[in-house]
Design a binder for this molecule. Sequence first.
Ligand SMILES: Cc1ncc(COP(=O)(O)O)c(C=O)c1O
Length: 460
Amino acid sequence: MHDALQKEIAIYEKRTPKSANAHARALKRIPLGVASNYRAYDPYPIFVKEGKGSKIRDIDGNEYLDHNLCFGALMAGHCHPAIVKAIEKTLHVGTTFGMPHDMEWELAEEICARYPVEMVRFGSSGTEVTMHACRMARAATKRDKILKFEGSYHGLHDTALVSVKPKAEDYGDINAPTSVPGGLGVPKASVENVPVATFNDLASVQRRFQQFPGEIAAIILEPILMNVGLCMPKPGFLQGLRDIATENGALLIFDEVKTGAKLAWGGASGFFGVKPDMICLAKSIGGGTPLGAFGASRAVMDLISQHKVFHGGTYNTNRISMAAGLATFREVLTRETYAHVDKLSKKLTEGYRRVVAKSGLQAYVASAGVNGALMLYPKEIRNYRDWTTIDVDLWRQYWFGMVNRGVLAQPYWWDEQWTISVQHTEADIDKHLAAFEDVAPGLAKAQSERGAAAVSSAGH
Ligand SMILES: Cc1ncc(COP(=O)(O)O)c(C=O)c1O
């Protein structure tokens, strides 16, 4: 570990002794001391006490400007008044009945008005809705294989947990990546049913359809690859996938768990003007509550109506999530708030670019909607393999440096990105940029000392 990083971690440890103790205690009963592997990192994660608006406070009393926002699930920010009010109201009239109610229809209308789908079903997480979308595609086409992209994340079910962060020794030829299970416990049969292609490389997709004629039910992807920092689709890539799917009788599934709310009013399909067959939503549509949805045309969703595909869930459309979802669509994700956050996003992105240029850091700044990331690469990455060339310890210096200055610039892990909430202000962005201005010269110095091309293990 280089000196500058060591220094930042020492400051972190000095600022957060209660988090260290809390983590040590949690380790005894909870694997890694956390409830999701993504929350674990060295030396230990920050334990949170409370959040309000654009800020959170940890159990040591430190305040942070929050651009983690629960891995991007809180474009509403913390305790948005409209969402609090809606949930409070619901708490007094019953939270869940396992029986239909009016909010389901109302929220379905909101979703169908905004995204190119005719019918929806609800769930409680992104994992759940991508799982159901894959099953629907299999049922609609009577085929078993789902094509995904190397490095993409669609949740934790067996179809999704393939080639998420494959190691270099396992991932094979970039033109025909090997399907690699994302940990033990994923059945071989599942892995075999998930051919993998390279993001931004249509030829690698074509090759898979030639290899498995009549066998691929769907292509599933994040229209912007957001499991590698932030990687934009090349012009024509999404339309190319649309064409390949149509030509081969396969469905195109947009996993808009991240982009659905945060990219733009109409999500990625609206933003890029490419119409998928199915769409998956979660994270920020729930305003901080567990809410997911998948939707498609009536013809596809009729597979459920005709009892051909089974879909259920005890907590589906619980009234807390539905009330929060309705408040989110009607009062948080409005055209006016998109104008507000777009302005903040531009300010943050341009500010970062200015600081990067001034510091001489070899990096670029990627940004889309309210998401963005400092990308520590000499040139724009196109896919997962490019992403793995990052200097991990330099990134860690950035992240801990920002945290020590009161800014959670993004979730921990260099595959993530920042989120700006509707409750962030111009003053928040100024604070974020001031912290980065303070951190950047040290990064540039460390980068040149370590050699611009330093390569560390990027897997986690
Ligand atoms: C694109 C994408 N799809 C699916 C998921 C899974 O969502 P969840 O964590 O709610 O199961 C995530 C979570 O990060 C995601 O980013």
